[in-house]
Write a protein that binds this ligand. Structure first.
Ligand code: PMV
Length: 322
């Protein structure tokens, strides 16, 4: 059972946090529309120990330019002893699978623990504030998934919105984060090998949403996400597959697909009920719902098409001290 509170722990300490995969609603969630995502069983582990000076994996150079590390230290470690931060992660960087959110959640957990601990809801806000100040834009979906684990909805108005976990705020906007039941499915994600930069993609899509047809387009993202949330609650795999495909059409329309992602989606074709890009797009990864018993075939197809596939299950609990 996941503890609602991160307990106190002196340095040295370490924490492990899961990455994430967005099923429905990326980009539109930044503007208050619903999202459904899950924490996945690819983890980042961060260790923190006192050191003569600030180090990242034992080196001085990496720590200096690391936006997320610097942002976390500015927020949670100002005036404290220098530390060596070590990272071991199975989540490919800049892949849309939540590597930065998992890093931030795990690092923030060790720092918060050294200050006497904190409720998970406080940690979710801290992790989001840190990620947002490093990235400049974004929603709290990724960081909340790393903190909470399981399946989460943001901003859903549907009867299937789930049980309230916490609200997270930034710049006058609030996102309601809720937990929904795990339908017990296995997902396949595949990294295209093309790293993406979330900030510029979110800004470009925001400009698109500010255009004449922007509000109507945003509403369509919202409807698709609510349909997806309903279909997952109903454990209707065929319908979830169809909604994934509809969401991909909208993501294409706002210009965040990529030829490499389209090649992976085409390769997945016969083995899946539906598939789409996941995360900011412009590279990064796809997520696919395999047809029953076709997981291995799907992994082969995606690898042959040049992807780096992972068979993933939901990470049942969020970040923990280890
Ligand atoms: O950084 P990524 O690829 O995991 O994308 C996050 C999803 C966005 O909706 C595009 C941004 C956000 O913070 O919600």
């Amino acid at each position: 059972m996941m503890r609602d509170v991160i307990p106190a722990h002196d340095l040295p300490s370490a924490a492990r946090a899961p990455g994430k995969c967005i099923l429905f609603g990326e980009h539109a969630v930044v503007h208050g529309k619903p999202e459904l995502l899950l924490a996945i069983d690819l983890y980042a582990q961060v260790g923190v120990r006192p050191a003569p000076e600030l180090l990242l994996n034992g080196h001085r150079s990496g720590a200096r330019g690391h936006r997320y590390l610097q942002s976390a230290l500015a927020r949670l470690w100002a005036g404290e002893v220098p530390i060596d931060v070590t990272v071991a992660s199975r989540i490919p960087k800049a892949s849309g699978l939540g590597s930065s959110a998992a890093f931030v959640a795990a690092l923030a957990t060790t720092l918060v623990a050294a200050h006497g601990g904190a409720p998970r809801a406080v940690l979710a806000q801290e992790a989001f504030t840190i990620e947002r100040s490093a990235q400049g834009v974004g929603s709290p979906g990724d960081t909340s998934a790393s903190v909470a684990g399981g399946y989460l909805t943001l901003n859903s108005q549907s009867p299937h919105q789930g049980v309230a976990l916490w609200d997270v705020a930034a710049d006058g906007r609030r996102w309601g984060v809720r937990r929904v039941a795990d339908p017990g499915w296995t997902w396949v994600v595949a990294y295209s090998g093309i790293p993406k930069d979330t900030g510029p993609l979110v800004r470009a899509v925001s400009a698109r949403f500010a255009g004449e047809d922007g509000p109507a387009l945003l509403d369509r993202f919202g409807e698709v996400a609510e349909d997806g949330i309903r279909a997952v609650a109903a454990e209707d795999r065929e319908e979830v597959g169809r909604v994934l495909t509809r969401n991909q059409e909208l993501l294409r329309a706002v210009g965040v697909s990529h030829p490499r992602l389209e090649a992976l989606l085409a390769a997945a074709g016969p083995s899946v009920l539906g598939a789409k890009l996941t995360g900011a797009g412009g590279g990064g990864s796809i997520v696919a719902l395999p047809r029953e018993g076709r997981e291995v075939d799907l992994v082969r197809r995606l690898a042959r098409a040049g992807g780096v596939p992972f068979v993933v299950r939901p990470a049942p609990s969020g970040v923990e001290l280890v």
